[in-house]
Design a binder for this molecule. Structure first.
Ligand code: PAF
Length: 282
């Protein structure tokens, strides 16, 4: 497995793959890998001839008061895991390698970036779209793999690819969960034992909505209220947002749910922001 810290090294490592006209899957990550990331790598390995992973804790997607400095890192372990999964090359750039000191170009989805998590984390999706666009240009993959857990992120990336005619197939991979339903996230290790014990309340409320809606018609407002009430009763949970949106467009819904909807959760436990989502079908 080639470990590349510069764009030039990566370009060299990928020359032979590109020459053979093979399919190339990209798995972008911020490191501290868990089974959710490895599911992306496995899906990429199953779909493509070769896989490139990237490890880059992207500073531009963190706000000034967010957890950039404390974001968990373990590069040696990450590299060993990626090697064991048969990844061809890993790109591990420094912020200086990634961003020109005078960089002034940004990529943004004007509406999607502002709503939902974008309203809680101003500038976050602009940072994500810009770095993912750069990674697409650096790696030039045929396919790119992202978790469905970050539902809005996936929507932002699909919209960017559509609008900018980027020649890459974006693949959404199902959310991986712990034994008690908690969606896997690098942030879970920062939960206190009490908060970790309470955090499966998110998945439990989503399970409730998913199984109840097909049997009992509900309005978007009723789902939102019931899910908020259930999660609020979990120890230490500070509900930031519970949104019921059109599963395709993320447009706000009101009244009876008659088409597939997505419930999007953002819940704080202490200073750890957890997100989760579920598509529910009437
Ligand atoms: O989902 C993530 O880990 C990040 O947002 C991504 C897509 C790697 C961009 O930095």
């Amino acid at each position: 497995m080639d470990i590349c810290t510069t764009k030039a090294q990566l370009r060299d490592a990928l020359t032979s793959i590109r020459a053979k006209d093979a399919t190339l899957g990209l798995v972008p990550t911020m490191g501290y890998l868990h089974d959710g990331h490895l599911a992306l790598v496995r899906e990429a390995r199953a779909t493509c001839d070769h896989v490139v992973a990237t490890i880059f804790v992207n500073p531009t997607q963190f706000g000034p008061t967010e957890d950039l400095a404390t974001y968990p890192r373990n590069e040696a372990r990450d590299l060993a895991l990626l090697k064991a999964e048969g990844v061809a090359a890993v790109f591990v750039p420094s912020p200086e390698e990634m961003y020109h000191p005078d960089a002034e170009t940004i990529v943004d989805t004007t509406h999607l970036s502002e709503i939902l998590i974008g309203a809680l984390r101003p500038g976050h999706f602009r940072g994500v779209a810009t770095v993912v666009c750069k990674l697409f240009n650096i790696v030039q993959p045929t396919h790119a793999f992202f978790g469905r857990k970050d539902y809005q992120q996936l929507a932002v990336i699909r919209t960017m690819v559509r609008d900018l005619d980027i020649p890459v197939a974006v693949v959404g991979v199902p959310t991986q969960r712990d034994h008690d339903g908690l969606a896997l996230s690098s942030r879970n290790v920062r939960l206190t034992p009490e908060h970790r014990a309470a955090a499966p309340a998110l998945a439990a409320a989503l399970n409730w909505a998913e199984t109840t809606l097909p049997r009992q018609p509900m309005t978007a407002e009723e789902v939102q209220t019931a899910v908020t009430t259930q999660i609020s009763s979990a120890h230490g949970a500070q509900v930031q947002s519970v949104d019921v949106r059109d599963a395709e467009t993320l447009a706000a819904l009101s009244g009876p749910i008659i088409t597939p909807a997505v419930i999007l959760l953002a819940v704080r436990f202490g200073d750890v922001l957890l997100i989760d989502q579920r598509v529910i079908t009437p």
